[in-house]
Design a protein around this ligand. Structure first.
Ligand code: NAG
Ligand code: NAG
Ligand code: NAG
Length: 288
């Protein structure tokens, strides 16, 4: 079976098939031209820019335009480890992977491409270590090798972070408490950690990476009732979210709008973001 047949296997009318063919041609072009990376960077950046905060935002009393990404695939099952380990998570093997999970919808095929190209993409940030993991064991193995210790703690963000994420356009959350998960004490010493993001895929797949050193905080945020913009009723009143702050940002993309907004260059400020429901954070047991 060709990939196109796999993608189309869900059935549908001619127009839909043309649409599928269209998507397929876009993605196969990207693959053959070896510049899927450019596409990925672009897509990644559009999605991520608003998720970035300076570390000063994690200070009690500050107001924050809270953005937490939607959980990508919280309820996807893990493949059996033997199966997962037998197929490289690469666009080269898209056909095999798509066949395993067929029928695949157009949007799922698109997500699969995007996820697989992130997995094989060259490092986004200078000095980044990364791996895609399709089993808990391989996630743990990467964390052990990246952190150089087998004594690890795993954290996930609290259940009051909604699966759909949070998008608050206008300062409606106030930071009411900050607890250092790592970086205790007066010096707030940074440490090495690994974050595994759950990705859109037909089965559980984590994009694990380490951009170190980091400081990790548990930030309690409260809906600001005095806010000019009425709070959206479906947003929870209090959220405890995990924030990861990357301390050495000199390898970050200098064209990010984040730097423009702050009037700074990479390396001149840390970059923080909140974890999404379903993400897994690994720290050496000695620091948390
Ligand atoms: C990908 O590369 C081809 C040529 O190698 C180029 O024509 C095309 O514009 C590139 N795509 C993007 C998104 O940059
Ligand atoms: C993965 O793709 C490569 C290149 O097309 C192929 O040689 C290899 O057999 C594939 N692996 C599996 C397990 O299908
Ligand atoms: C910060 O990161 C850059 C690029 O990865 C590296 O060259 C530099 O040595 C790092 N600085 C410190 C203080 O670790």
């Amino acid at each position: 079976m060709t990939v196109l047949q796999v993608v189309v296997a869900g059935g549908g009318n001619e127009r839909k098939d043309q649409e599928k063919e269209h998507y397929w041609s876009i993605y196969s072009d990207q693959l053959t031209k070896r510049n899927a990376t450019i596409f990925h960077n672009w897509a990644h950046r559009v999605a991520l820019e608003k998720l970035l905060y300076p570390e000063s935002a994690s200070t009690t009393g500050s107001n924050i335009n809270l953005y937490i990404d939607q959980a990508a695939a919280l309820h996807k099952a893990f493949l059996h480890r033997d199966v997962a380990d037998s197929i490289p998570m690469s666009t080269e093997n898209f056909t095999d992977i798509a066949t395993m999970s067929s029928p695949v919808s157009v949007s799922m095929a698109r997500d699969m491409w995007s996820t697989l190209s992130s997995c094989e993409h060259r490092r986004e940030v200078v000095g980044e270590q990364k791996a895609c993991a399709t089993s808990v064991e391989s996630m743990h193995k990467f964390a052990v090798s990246a952190l150089g210790t087998s004594g690890l703690h795993a954290f996930s963000t609290s259940l009051d972070v909604p699966e759909v994420g949070i998008s608050s356009p206008s300062h409606i959350y106030k930071v009411v408490a900050v607890r250092a998960v790592t970086a205790h004490g007066a010096n707030k010493e940074a440490s090495n950690t690994v974050t595994c993001h759950s990705m859109r895929f037909p089965f559980a797949l984590f994009y694990c990476h380490a951009v170190n050193p980091t400081r990790i905080y548990e930030v309690t945020l409260q809906k600001d009732e005095d806010s000019l913009v009425p709070a959206m009723p479906r947003m929870p009143a209090v959220i405890r979210a995990l924030a990861v702050c990357h301390v050495n940002t000199s390898g970050f993309d200098p064209t990010l709008n984040y730097w423009v907004k702050l009037g700074l260059k990479p390396g001149e400020a840390s970059v923080c973001h909140f974890l999404t429901r379903g993400d897994v954070l690994w720290t050496p047991a000695s620091v948390a």
